[in-house]
Design a protein around this ligand. Structure first.
Ligand SMILES: [Zn+2]
Length: 282
């Protein structure tokens, strides 16, 4: 009996069906692979938070958080690089994320300090706000750099943590060189700094003056006579970096950091690293 080959050959009329099946299978594989990678790189806390928390717990971690909603400073990436390197030099483990989903009770607990590196705008939902407040009220450490004070203006607790919010900044010129006055040499964030030093930056004005508020200490202030700006300043008393001691937690804020040069300025880096060390009790 002669076997007909037509049964095992693809008839031209069937090609579109096989091509469709092949395309479908390829698409399915690509989709599975993409979802897997997205889960890995988005830092999905469900899949990786436990492992990361356990890792941080062994090292007393520093978390650099730089989510932005609106303006994004070009100094964020150089800031991450410089702070990561300096923290590593001191033997502190650094984790970096822009994913607010990590601001949850489980993930935050092992971190000694969370650095808000030029965050901007509305970046948290109510659960994340509650988690961060709880972390701070249970002895957490916070470091706010530059536009951390231009973040979550509608969040009253956060405003009380910092003592005030950003109001506006130097304009015409935008980044003048100004004289900084080191108000105390006894704090880790100012120890070793000159009594008076100079730096170019975008200088912030604040809605309120934190000087004299209970629990606050001014570390650096600006000599308002030393630079010009068409905007009004702070009426001659201009704190630019300060701390706030909570019953258990510690907050350090510095308005320095608009420009990338901040993170290669030895005085500014000494100041910021000292603030991280103090806030995190490192
Ligand atoms: Zn800025």
């Amino acid at each position: 009996m002669k076997i007909s080959h037509t049964n095992i050959q693809l008839r031209p009329s069937e090609w579109p069906v096989y091509i469709l099946i092949a395309v479908f299978l390829t698409a399915a594989l690509v989709l599975i692979f993409t979802i897997k990678n997205l889960a890995l790189f988005s830092g999905n806390p469900v899949s990786s938070a436990n492992a990361e928390s356990a890792f941080a717990a062994n090292h007393g971690g520093v978390l650099i958080f730089s989510k932005t909603d609106g303006f994004r400073h070009h100094s964020i990436e150089p800031g991450i690089a410089a702070l990561t390197k300096e923290c590593a030099n001191k033997g502190w483990e650094v984790h970096v994320t822009e994913n607010a989903a990590f601001i949850n009770p489980k993930y935050l607990v092992p971190f000694k300090v969370v650095i808000f590196l030029s965050t901007t705008g509305e970046i948290f939902d109510d659960k994340q706000k509650a988690a961060f407040q709880n972390y701070m009220e249970n002895g957490g450490g916070y470091v706010g750099i530059h536009s951390a004070s231009d973040t979550e203006h509608g969040w009253e607790w956060y405003g009380n943590l910092l003592g005030t919010f950003f109001r506006d900044h130097t304009f015409l010129p935008h980044m003048p060189e100004a004289e900084l006055v080191t108000e105390t040499a006894l704090h880790p964030a100012t120890h070793g700094l000159p009594k008076n030093w100079h730096k170019e930056d975008e200088w912030y004005n604040f809605q309120q003056n934190v000087r004299g508020k209970p629990g606050f200490e001014v570390l650096l202030s600006l000599n308002e006579q030393s630079y010009s700006s068409v905007w009004r300043k702070m009426n001659g008393d201009h704190p630019i970096s300060w701390t706030h001691e909570l019953p258990r937690g510690r907050m350090f804020y510095t308005a320095l950091g608009h420009n990338a040069q901040t993170f290669s300025d030895p005085n500014a880096m000494r100041h910021i690293m000292g603030g991280i060390q103090w806030a995190g009790r490192l």
